[in-house]
Ligand binder design. Structure first.
Ligand SMILES: NC(=O)c1ccc[n+]([C@@H]2O[C@H](COP(=O)([O-])OP(=O)(O)OC[C@H]3O[C@@H](n4cnc5c(N)ncnc54)[C@H](O)[C@@H]3O)[C@@H](O)[C@H]2O)c1
Ligand SMILES: [Zn+2]
Length: 360
C-alpha cells in the first residue's frame, strides 16, 4: 500500500503528514525528501525505545536522547535534559530533532526543538493513537507548570510528521482507547462517516487491522489538518477541537490528573456537552443516545459518582479557554454538526453534570 499524504498548510509552515503501515522503514528517505538537516537526534522514552528503537535505528541514523515520559515528566526539567544532550553533542542550527513517542514526548521535545538555538528542524513520529491523530499535528508544543497543565508553550509547526500505525501493536488497550475518544470527537464535530466507521468496525480497529486502522487514522488526520490549516492559532474554527474538553479538563484537574487518561475525560466531556445540547433542544435525543452508546461500547470509563458537581464547575472557571470572562463552549447539534455558544449558564451546566452522574 502506498502511503497516504495529508497536507497541513499553516501560514507559518506547510508540511506533510505521511501515513502508512510500516512507513517508519522509509523514514530516512522521507526526511531527505523534505531536506531536513542530516545531523539527526531522536528523543524517545525508555518504553517506546525498548519496543521500537531497533526498528527506528535501522531505518534512520539518529543520535538517541532517552528521557522519561508520562504526564509528570512533561515539565521543564525534562526539557533541560534534552537541551543538555543537544549542547553536549554540539548540535547546531543545522540539526533535526525527531520526536518518537506519545503526546508527552512530542510536546516536550517539540518545545525543546522550538527553543533550542531559537528553533531547529522538528519532525514528529508519534507512537500513541492520540499522538497520531491529534497532538503531532497543529504545532502546539509545551510543558506543564506545577500550578497547571500546558501553561508553558509555543506554536511551532513540525517540518514533517510520519505516522506508522504498526507501532500501535504494543500500545496498552487503555491507551489505545484513550485515542479513540478523540477520534469520536472528530466524528461528532466533522464527520458522520467517521463516527459510523468507529461504531461498525470496532472489532477490526481494536484488532489493529492495518487497513481499517489506517483509514480511521487518515480520516482523523485530515480533519485535524484542515482545521489547523484554516485556523492555526485558535481564534475561530480550531475551537471545535475543544469539543468535550471543557468538562473533560475540569474532570482531569479535580482528580489531579491521576484518575483519567485525557481521552477518557474527553469521553465524559462529550457526554456533558450532548446532555446540554439536548436540554436546549439543539440536538436530537437520538444523536445523544448514539454517542452514549458508542462511548459505552469501547469499555467502562473510570467512576465519577464521587466527584461533586461544584468541584467540576469550579474547575471550568479556571479554563484557559475563557475569553474575557466567558466560556466558549462547543455544542454538538447533531452527529457531524456543531455551534459555538458563550451563554451557557451555571444552572444548565449543573443539570448536565448531574444527569451524567456526578455527586450533587
Ligand atoms: N500538542 C497538542 O496539540 C496536544 C493535543 C492533545 C494532547 N496533547 C498532550 O498529549 C499528552 C498525552 O499524550 P499520550 O496520550 O500519547 O500519552 P503519553 O505520551 O504519556 O503516552 C502514554 C503511554 O504510552 C506509552 N507508549 C507510547 N507509545 C507506545 C507504544 N507504541 N507502545 C507501547 N507503549 C507506548 C508511553 O510510554 C506512555 O507510558 C498530554 O500531555 C496532552 O496534553 C497535546
Ligand atoms: Zn484532547
Amino acid at each position: 500500500m502506498e502511503p497516504v499524504r495529508v497536507n497541513v498548510a499553516t501560514p507559518s509552515r506547510p508540511y506533510v503528514v505521511t501515513l502508512g503501515d510500516g512507513v517508519i522503514g522509509r523514514l530516512s528517505k522521507l526526511l531527505d525528501e523534505v531536506k531536513t538537516p542530516k545531523r539527526r537526534f531522536v528523543v524517545s522514552s525508555p518504553t517506546v525505545w525498548r519496543f521500537h528503537g531497533d526498528r527506528f535505528a535501522n531505518a534512520c541514523n539518529a543520535e538517541p536522547i532517552i528521557v522519561p515520559d508520562g504526564e509528570r515528566y512533561k515539565q521543564t526539567p525534562t526539557v533541560m535534559r534534552v537541551y543538555d544532550s543537544l549542547i553536549k553533542a554540539n548540535a547546531d542550527r543545522a540539526s533535526t530533532l525527531i520526536t518518537f513517542g506519545g503526546g508527552v514526548i512530542g510536546d516536550l521535545a517539540g518545545y525543546a526543538a522550538a527553543t533550542y538555538l531559537r528553533g531547529i528542524t522538528l519532525v514528529h513520529v508519534p507512537t500513541t493513537l492520540l499522538a497520531q491523530v491529534d497532538s503531532s499535528i497543529g504545532g502546539k508544543v509545551g510543558v506543564n507548570h506545577p500550578l497547571g497543565k500546558n501553561l508553558i508553550g509555543a506554536f511551532y509547526q513540525p517540518h514533517a510528521v510520519v505516522v506508522d500505525p504498526s507501532v500501535l501493536g504494543t500500545l496498552p488497550r487503555r491507551e489505545f482507547r484513550a485515542g479513540l475518544y478523540e477520534i469520536i470527537k472528530y466524528g461528532v464535530t466533522s464527520s458522520p462517516g467517521l463516527f459510523e466507521r468507529v461504531a461498525t468496525q470496532q472489532k477490526a480497529i481494536f484488532a489493529r487491522e492495518p487497513e481499517v486502522l489506517t483509514a480511521v487514522i487518515g480520516e482523523s488526520c485530515r480533519i485535524k489538518a484542515d482545521v489547523v490549516t484554516a485556523d492555526e492559532k485558535e481564534s475561530g474554527l480550531r475551537r471545535i477541537l475543544n469539543f468535550g474538553h471543557t468538562a473533560g479538563h475540569a474532570l482531569e484537574s479535580v482528580t489531579r490528573y491521576r484518575r483519567f487518561r485525557h481521552g477518557e475525560a474527553v469521553g465524559y466531556g462529550m457526554l456533558v456537552a450532548a446532555e446540554l445540547a439536548v436540554a436546549r433542544g439543539a440536538m436530537p435525543e437520538s444523536d445523544r443516545t448514539a454517542l452514549a452508546t458508542l462511548i459505552a461500547s469501547l469499555g467502562p470509563l473510570p467512576p465519577i459518582a464521587d466527584i461533586t458537581v461544584a468541584s467540576v464547575l469550579d474547575g471550568m472557571k479556571h479554563d484557559k479557554k475563557m475569553i474575557a470572562g466567558r466560556l466558549h463552549f462547543v455544542l454538538p447539534t447533531g452527529i457531524g454538526a456543531w455551534s459555538i455558544v458563550d451563554d451557557v449558564t451555571e444552572r444548565e451546566m449543573k443539570k448536565a453534570l448531574t444527569r451524567l452522574g456526578l455527586k450533587k
